[in-house]
Ligand binder design. Structure first.
Ligand SMILES: Nc1ncnc2c1ncn2[C@@H]1O[C@H](COP(=O)(O)OP(=O)(O)O)[C@@H](O)[C@H]1O
Ligand SMILES: [Mg+2]
Length: 225
């Protein structure tokens, strides 16, 4: 599904990624680990085309994404959902409206939105909070709304960049369980995190980045540095 071939990314004199080779198959759950500054966010940003690569190739479904024209970038991004540590829901909109808004932006019809949003909120376990505003929800619930929003356009790949970075252990576990459930339902998931305890709970493929290089790959790994 995704191939990195000798990928390089520089920010001026910083080698954010160096000779990264990676193959991700459809349906995998991947934990991308490493200390702060290792290059995790950069790797995810390259996949969604938010940053350009300085060497090598990234293929998504055998299409070289550096050759995708600007006009086709939204099409690529619709295949991908992304969530961040910094949740950024629309504060004056309810859980329902936050997810609905993401669908409106993609041009879906009102009837489709009315039908789909409850299903997505149910999937993330928050149908009972559909009319709650962000300030009425816990951090974990807000992140689950953000995940619902990312799923609104039915992506085949979900990228999560430190999604539990601002959450306590209980809320982190809820978010992690949700990511695992989404993966079981068929979506490929990439979780970037520096949190060892989280990765050790997942027990799936672990890729370790250090100083922009992949230094370790484990099938059912534990976080080791
Ligand atoms: N926009 C940027 N400008 C300059 N340097 C950057 C930028 N983004 C990231 N970097 C640098 O690239 C390296 C990798 O960063 P990043 O991918 O954010 O790491 P991680 O997500 O693992 O913490 C770091 O040295 C960071 O300082
Ligand atoms: Mg990061």
């Amino acid at each position: 599904m995704i191939k990195f071939q000798n990928v390089k990314k520089r920010y001026n004199d910083v080698h954010a990624l160096e000779d990264v080779n990676l193959e991700i198959r459809q349906g995998e759950f991947i934990s991308l680990v490493g200390m702060s500054g290792a290059g995790k966010s950069t790797l995810l940003k390259l996949i969604i085309g938010e940053e350009k690569i300085d060497g090598g190739r990234i293929l998504i479904d055998d299409i070289d994404i550096s050759k995708i024209g600007k006009g086709d970038l939204p099409y690529l991004r619709r295949k991908i959902g992304m969530v961040f540590q910094d949740i950024k829901l629309l504060p004056k909109r309810t859980a329902f409206e936050n997810v609905a808004f993401a669908m409106e932006v993609c041009g879906h019809k009102k009837e489709k939105i009315a039908g789909d949003v409850p299903k997505i909120l149910d999937l993330v376990g928050l149908l009972h909070k559909r009319d709650h505003f962000p300030h009425q929800m816990s951090g974990g619930e807000k992140q689950r709304v953000a995940i619902a929003r990312a799923l609104a356009h039915r992506p085949v790949l979900l990228l999560a960049d430190e999604p539990t970075g601002n959450l306590d252990e209980i809320n982190s576990d809820e978010v992690l369980d949700l990511l695992l459930k989404i993966n079981q339902l068929g979506t490929t998931v990439m979780l970037a995190t520096h949190a060892a305890d989280l990765v050790n709970k997942v027990k799936k493929r672990v890729i370790t980045l250090e100083g922009g290089k992949i230094t370790k790959e484990q099938k059912e790994g534990k976080y080791q540095l």
